[in-house]
Design a protein around this ligand. Structure first.
Ligand code: NAD
Length: 331
């Protein structure tokens, strides 16, 4: 795979904070930025791992709601990529108060300090703000109607960021990620690509929820990193950006592609549909293309083949993910 994670827009010699930088997306971003910038990471490592961080990045292990830690992390920053969040919809359903506190209050705390520091903010929002879209592909002007506490949190954070741009003239970019996948994504809530891959490698059945004809827009993490970096220097601030591939695939198609790429003998089986799951999702990526100059480049098939080859080559399935980020960047 080509060297797709290296930023095209060139963020250099900046002091950058990545909250949630030890997580899946954050660690890829941190690796892309570390060579040319002073990179700080604020992460409580609740789902992230310190070993994912590249050399040169400084980890401040703390909760984003810890005011003293946030003050330290944000002192003198030029750009903050705010990715730290409770990312599990299930967890947000179990404890909406806690997820609100991290996802909304945490974001507000970051925005307030950015205002003080005159720093740019690039915020991780989510396609979850749209709920079940009425028209596809969904563009950024579509109605927002979240279906979970997580989606409501993301919409609140997304709105606050855009309001800070309007009211305080703060340069913000709000990035609405669709279904992100790639190396280093692990854990119980990591998403269907990782779940299917783990099962395929273990020759265990790939369990599809419902009929499997529901569709998603899967976007490779390297394309997401390029969009984040471009957002850090765009003149088009104060806007939300869809960050997807612009292509949709059904869960049945995904399962079949993973079966083929891994050569597993595991069967595809169907379990009960998950309550609250949306039926279809597809990003209109025109704004990202036109204003950020970012074109999604990795097809789902290519991304899966790369993941399979990567896991085989690196023994990632035996648990060693230390080099996953840097390897993706360098390949
Ligand atoms: P992740 O769980 O790998 O990363 C989140 C990071 O935030 C972790 O390192 C975690 O330790 C850290 N964190 C959590 N709570 C914290 C707290 N209170 N203080 C400090 N750090 C804390 O998940 P990810 O997939 O890399 O998600 C990154 C961002 O992208 C999140 O904001 C998420 O909502 C958003 N997002 C992800 C996807 C996706 O498909 N992965 C889709 C839409 C939006």
């Amino acid at each position: 795979m080509a060297d797709r994670s290296v930023p095209e827009t060139g963020l250099e010699d900046a002091t950058v904070l990545v909250t949630g930088g030890a997580g899946f997306i954050g660690s890829h971003l941190t690796a892309a930025l570390a060579a040319e910038n002073e990179v700080r990471v604020l992460d409580d490592c609740s789902t992230g791992t310190a070993s994912k961080l590249p050399d040169g990045a400084t980890l401040l292990r703390a909760d984003v709601r810890d005011e003293t830690a946030l003050d330290r992390a944000m002192a003198g920053v030029d750009v903050v990529f705010h990715l730290a969040a409770v990312v599990s919809v299930e967890q947000s359903v179990e404890d909406p108060v806690e997820s609100h506190a991290v996802n909304v209050d945490g974001t507000l705390a970051v925005l307030e300090r950015a205002r003080r520091e005159d720093a740019r903010v690039v915020l991780a929002s989510s396609a979850a703000v749209y709920g079940e879209p009425t028209d596809l592909p969904v563009d950024e002007t579509a109605d927002t109607d979240p279906l979970s506490p997580y989606g409501a949190d993301k919409l609140a954070a997304d709105s606050y960021a855009r309001v800070y741009a309007d009211v305080y003239d703060l340069p913000v970019a709000v990035m609405r990620f669709f279904n992100v996948y790639g190396p280093g994504q692990r854990g119980p809530y990591s998403g269907v690509v990782d779940a299917f891959l783990q099962r395929a490698f273990a020759d265990e059945p790939l369990v599809v929820h419902g009929d499997g004809e529901q569709t998603r827009d899967f976007v490779h993490v390297s394309d997401v990193v390029r969009a984040l970096v471009a957002a850090a220097s765009t003149a088009h601030t104060g806007l939300a950006y869809n960050v997807g591939s612009g292509e949709s695939a059904s869960i049945n198609e995904l399962a079949a592609a993973i079966r083929e790429a891994t050569g597993t003998t595991a069967e595809i089986t169907h379990g009960s549909a998950r309550p609250g799951d949306i039926r279809h999702s597809l990003a209109d990526c025109d704004r990202m293309r036109e204003r950020l100059g970012v074109e999604p480049t990795v097809s789902l098939r290519e991304g899966i083949e790369h993941l399979v080859a990567y896991r085989r080559g690196r023994g990632v399935d035996s648990g060693d993910e230390r080099s996953s980020t840097r390897d993706t960047i360098a390949e």
